[in-house]
Design a protein around this ligand. Structure first.
Ligand SMILES: Nc1ncnc2c1ncn2[C@@H]1O[C@H](COP(=O)(O)OP(=O)(O)O)[C@@H](O)[C@H]1O
Ligand SMILES: [Mg+2]
Length: 267
């Protein structure tokens, strides 16, 4: 009996052969003659929550854009669930939310989510009204973006990214423009929302605490041209409540991530 059978189930019953959620292989990216991403390798397994931190301009957004198929690598390859990113996007497997909520100003919160659904055209979608209500926005369904606070706008933005039930969520500094208190609340809110599913998430953030609070692994990128300089595993309990965030283990992990970030960005 071979250790790994041809049916894709190994001797201890784990499924094998299923592609990872994200596989970035030897990716370089240049704009004109300028190298922005330098030989990045990154594998994200299904269900992981990865945080990516690094100095401004080191290529984090570019990496995320390549993962969603909006940008092409200059060399190397990216696969999402074993497919090219554009194919994964067409199959409704990717949801994307960026720092500035991409809401249509002339549409209400509910209309924005409905519009996104119409554009993505997914069959297996959530009900926009139920989703926004679940996101604590029942009172804000019929408000226009300019009538919503920054935190509410970002929740609508994330609802737009999630409404078609993507298996992979790409978040680019979604809380970057918010004040500290709103940001802390939204981090807790997002952790709760994402715990309800087995979704894979790749989050770019400039907050080391946010990275450690949310992720299972933190990747640190070097200054431009961006390389993966360090990886920190985050073996904390799934629910990182106030008590966990005050623990020695949490504070040690934040310290390690911060040290790795400083080492990756020498003065
Ligand atoms: N479309 C583009 N054309 C030219 N340069 C770009 C383009 N997109 C990003 N860059 C450059 O690539 C570098 C990395 O940008 P970005 O990925 O936005 O970094 P980060 O998100 O880490 O701040 C920056 O120097 C930026 O100016
Ligand atoms: Mg960026």
């Amino acid at each position: 009996m071979p250790a790994v059978s041809t049916t894709g189930v190994d001797s201890i019953g784990l499924r094998t052969g299923s592609p990872p959620a994200v596989k970035v292989s030897s990716v370089n990216k240049s704009f004109a003659d300028s190298l922005v991403i330098d030989g990045v390798n990154l594998t994200v397994e299904k269900g992981e929550f990865i945080a990516l931190i690094g100095a401004s301009g080191c290529g984090k957004t570019t990496l995320l854009r390549m993962c969603s198929g909006l940008e092409q690598p200059s060399s190397g390859s990216i696969e999402i669930f074993g497919k090219p990113p554009a194919a994964a996007t067409s199959a409704h497997e990717i949801g994307v939310a960026f720092q500035r909520p991409a809401l249509v100003p002339s549409r209400t919160a509910l209309e924005n989510v409905r519009l996104t659904l119409k554009i993505t055209g997914s069959d297996d979608a959530m009900d926009p009204l139920a989703l926004l209500t679940h996101f604590g926005l029942a009172e804000a369904l019929n408000r226009y973006p300019h009538e919503l606070s920054g935190g509410m706008q970002q929740r609508v933005n994330i609802a737009c990214a999630l409404v078609h039930q993507p298996a992979l969520l790409l978040l680019d500094e979604p809380f970057g423009a918010l004040d500290e208190i709103t940001r802390e609340k939204l981090v807790d809110w997002l952790a709760g929302i994402l715990r309800e599913s087995s979704r894979t998430t790749l989050l770019v953030t400039h907050s080391v605490e946010e990275a450690v609070t949310l992720s299972t692994r933190v990747f640190v990128m070097s200054r431009r041209p961006g390389r993966i300089a360090a990886e920190i595993k985050v073996p904390l309990p799934a629910i990182r409540d106030f008590e966990v965030r005050q623990s020695e283990q949490f504070l040690d992990l934040v310290r390690s991530a911060r040290d790795a970030l400083h080492a990756a960005i020498p003065d």
